[in-house]
Structure formats: C-alpha cells, structure tokens
Design a protein around this ligand. Structure first.
Ligand SMILES: Cc1ncc(COP(=O)(O)O)c(C=O)c1O
Length: 389
C-alpha cells in the first residue's frame, strides 16, 4: 500500500491546465485558446537591465527578503503614479515569485484553518486552490449575467468566520472590469466588517473601450484592510521570471516576512533586475500592445456571433479572456475534450472556474497572432456547431 498523502492536498481540486496540456500534447497541431500569457516579449529595458547582474559575488548571495531596496523604491513610485496608492509607513511592500505566491502568503498571514474567504464565481482557480491549501473555506458568490459583482450577495455571505473578500479586476476568466464605484462599495463593506479586501490586479494594464482600472488601495481609509496584488507576468511579458509583489497594511509585515523567509528566503535577484528594467520602460510599453489585443478580442466576438443564440458571450472590457456560455446538455469538459480531439482547438472548461451547472468555456486570445487566432476561432466555431447540432 502506498504511503498516504495529506487530506489537505486531496481536497484541492486537480489543476485543469495540466490536463488540457496533456490532451494538446496528444494532438500536436492543436491551436490553443487556453494560454493566459501575452504575445509580446519583455521590453528591451528588461533585457538590458539584467546585463548589470552577476559581475560581483554578492549578486549571487541571498539578498533582502522583501525585495531589493532600489526595486521597492521604484515600485513605490509606480504605485503612486499608476495606481494612486501613496506608499507610507502604514504600508508594507513585498516582492514575491509572482502574485500567486503573494496571494498564498496573505492567506497564511490573515486566516486560520476553518476561516472563510469570499470569492466571486466564476473564480480564478488558483485562488480557490490556495484557499483550500490554507485549510480555509472558499465561500462562492456568483456574479451577475454580465459577470459584475453582486455587492448585496457579497455582504450576505459574510459570517463571523470571514477574513477577506477577494476581487479580481480586470478579471480572469471573464474579462470583466469592475467600475470604481463597485470596488469602493466592496472596500467600504470590508472596512465596516473589519475584514480584508484582497485585490488581485494582475491585469491592471489591460482595459478596453471606456473601462478604467481602479486600485482599491487608492481609496481613502483603505490602508488598514486592503491588500493589493500585482504581477509582471502579463503586463511586461515576464511570466517565466516569476516576479510580482504585494502591498499590504504594515501590521502584516512580520507575518509576511515569516512566510517569505520560510518559503523563498528572498525573491530572485535577476528577476528583480528584469522588473526594474520593465518599470524603466513604463506602462506605455504595455499600452502600446492594447490596440492589438482589443482587435483580437473583437475577432473572437465576431466569430462567436456566428453561433447565434446558442452561445452567449457578454462583451468583455479587460484582460484577454472571453467566457462564453453554450446552450447544451454536455459538460464543458466533454465539449473541450471533443474540441481538442476532433477539431484540434483548445479552450478551458468552465468547471475550472467553479462553473458546474451550465456549460461555459474560456477563450484566451492574448498569446496568439491574428492569423493563428482566426484559424483557432474558425476551428472552435465549426467544432461547437458540429458538437451541439
Ligand atoms: C487573476 C490572476 N492572478 C494571478 C495570476 C498569476 O500571476 P503570477 O504569474 O504573477 O503568479 C494569474 C495568472 O493567470 C491570474 O489570472
């Protein structure tokens, strides 16, 4: 008999992406509409910046647990100019190996086993998994038909066990961007109830049309209960460098430092150099690619339109995802397996995002050139037509 595993990990949902990746491996000419990354490389400033790394022996030693002082300084300027978060002694900034790690550290810092963390559905699967890994309970609150927050339902979900409400804007998997007013209501609710507002802003630079990204950490009276998570993975194309950061109330510093010291010791220094270079390039680098992404979104919506009313897709205004609902009795996993095996196109099934009652698929368009995207969407639309007819 095999030596047993922890109940903790057995109760964590199986990651869907590796399963889809395996199906894609078995069908090598598959166009993947599954990948949550951008098509463009890091800015030249990032690559130039890493040239300054490595010439002295200390470059290769452990360094500051929270992040290089010059990087933290550059982040403080970025937070003030781009996010209107004016950093002072009431805040702490910590650099992490990506914002997923930052999210997990925050859970460890603010929640005990059995506590509840409120997330809206559809959720970002790694949030739900992290909550489970921290032996906490994810309390799921559905968004409305336009994938916008239901503030009354969020309030009704708060119990004496609740430690935080999580918002993700712009959103993975829906592409929704929450208006500043809605985020303010959530933030104020959290303040009144003495719980945290964890704001995942991994897609902060990706908004279209009239949508504007708003950081809850910029609201007045937010600094004692707001945790903001940021990433270099998407905006600056630095996903493999594993670099992100958090801004949290300063009373969390010691707890966060214990987590960092135990897990990572210090963030990768060369990755911090790459990120310092990215900040030198600045947000105009990210914005220079937004028009292309917006055109890609429009291409996807046009193709999906051809499916008529058996597929409904609210117009999205951010990130690089579209979440479509398909009118069928099949599960999304069944649809996606058929799409990959028979039509050689991959999307992510809604089950990964906590959608079990109806059939949803997530289409990610950030990684693909227009030609490949059109080819993939053509396969997807024909595939869905065949499967549901
Ligand atoms: C909402 C959200 N947060 C965080 C992440 C992960 O970011 P990082 O690479 O910084 O860990 C992702 C990646 O897809 C995401 O969609």
């Amino acid at each position: 008999m095999a030596t047993s595993l922890s109940n903790r990990m057995s109760s964590v949902q199986t990651a869907v992406i590796p399963r889809i990746a395996e199906l894609i491996r078995q069908n090598p000419d598959t166009v993947s509409l599954g990948q949550g990354v951008v098509f463009y490389p890091p800015p030249p400033e990032s690559l130039a910046s890493i040239n300054a790394f490595g010439s002295t022996p200390t470059d290769h030693h452990y360094q500051s647990a929270n992040g290089l002082p010059e990087f933290i300084d550059a982040l403080s300027i970025k937070l003030e100019t781009e996010n209107s978060i004016k950093i002072n002694e009431s805040h702490t900034i910590m650099v992490t190996a990506g914002s997923n790690m930052a999210f997990y550290y925050c859970l460890l810092a603010i929640a005990d086993p059995g506590n509840e963390i409120i997330i809206s559905t559809p959720y970002y699967f790694n949030h739900e998994m992290a909550i489970s890994m921290a032996n906490c309970n994810a309390v799921l609150v559905p968004t409305n038909k336009e994938y916008q927050l239901d503030i009354d339902a969020l309030e009704a979900a708060i119990t004496c066990q609740t430690r935080a409400i999580v918002t993700v804007s712009p959103n993975n998997p829906t592409g929704a961007v929450y208006p500043g007013q809605a985020l303010k209501q959530v933030n104020e609710l959290c303040r009144q109830k003495s719980i945290y507002h964890i704001s995942d802003e991994a897609y902060e630079h990706f908004t279209f049309d009239d949508a504007k990204h708003v950081s809850p950490g910029s609201f007045t009276q937010s600094n004692q209960h707001t945790i903001s998570l940021f990433s270099f993975s998407k905006s600056y194309g630095l996903a493999s460098w594993r670099i992100g950061y958090l801004v949290a109330p300063s009373h969390m510093r010691s707890a966060l430092e214990k987590a960092q010291d135990t897990v990572l010791i210090c963030p990768s220094v060369i990755s911090q150099y790459a990120a310092i270079g990215a900040l030198r390039a600045g947000p105009s680098y990210c914005y220079s690619h937004i028009k292309t992404l917006e055109e890609s979104r429009n291409i996807c919506l046009q193709y999906l339109n051809n499916l008529g009313n058996r597929v409904s897709t609210p117009k999205t205004s951010g990130a690089f995802y579209i979440l479509s609902k398909i009118d069928t009795d099949l599960t999304a996993i069944q649809i996606v397996e058929k799409l990959i095996n028979k039509h050689h196109v991959a999307a992510i099934p809604g089950e990964a995002f906590g959608l079990h009652n109806d059939c949803f698929i997530r289409i990610a368009y950030g990684a693909l050139s227009k030609d490949i995207l059109k080819n993939g969407m053509d396969r997807l639309v024909r595939g869905i037509e065949t499967i549901i007819s």
